[in-house]
Design a protein around this ligand. Structure first.
Ligand SMILES: [Zn+2]
Length: 133
């Protein structure tokens, strides 16, 4: 099992803590260690309430808070940190969790340069993408 698969597996387990109808979890890793973790929230979060991007581009951000935004906050991270995002569908398989335009803007303000996200498949045989900023 690769590091990407292991970290996505960790995020997958975390999705069960989300109360959102579309459960998503994000894990911030440094090497093989988990530094921080979060699920998406039903309520909006102060961090994104005032972002004009939210209203302009992303309806999905209007009534929820995406896990990537919560995990990053206003903190700066180094190039050694990587973000892993997992979305679980109702049937337990993986859904597309590529960061939306709002989250990407937030991520770009950090020094994080690598994002691994689920596309489809199962957590045993995941299909995932890796985005390098
Ligand atoms: Zn987002």
């Amino acid at each position: 099992m690769t590091r990407n698969e292991r970290m996505l597996g960790y995020a997958y387990a975390l999705t069960f803590k989300s109360e959102h109808r579309i459960p998503v979890a994000a894990v911030l890793g440094k090497g093989s260690s988990v530094i921080k973790q979060s699920t998406n929230l039903i309520k909006t979060h102060p961090l994104q309430e005032n972002q004009y991007l939210t209203k302009q581009y992303s309806q999905s951000h209007a009534n929820s808070t995406h896990a990537e935004v919560i995990i990053l906050g206003n903190l700066k991270y180094s190039k050694k940190h990587s973000l892993y995002i997992c979305r679980r569908k109702k049937d337990g398989t993986l859904g597309l969790s590529k960061p939306c335009v709002v989250c990407l803007e937030v991520i770009k303000k950090t020094n994080i340069r690598k994002i691994t996200y689920t596309i489809s498949g199962t957590i045993e045989v995941p299909h995932y993408g890796v985005m390098t900023l």
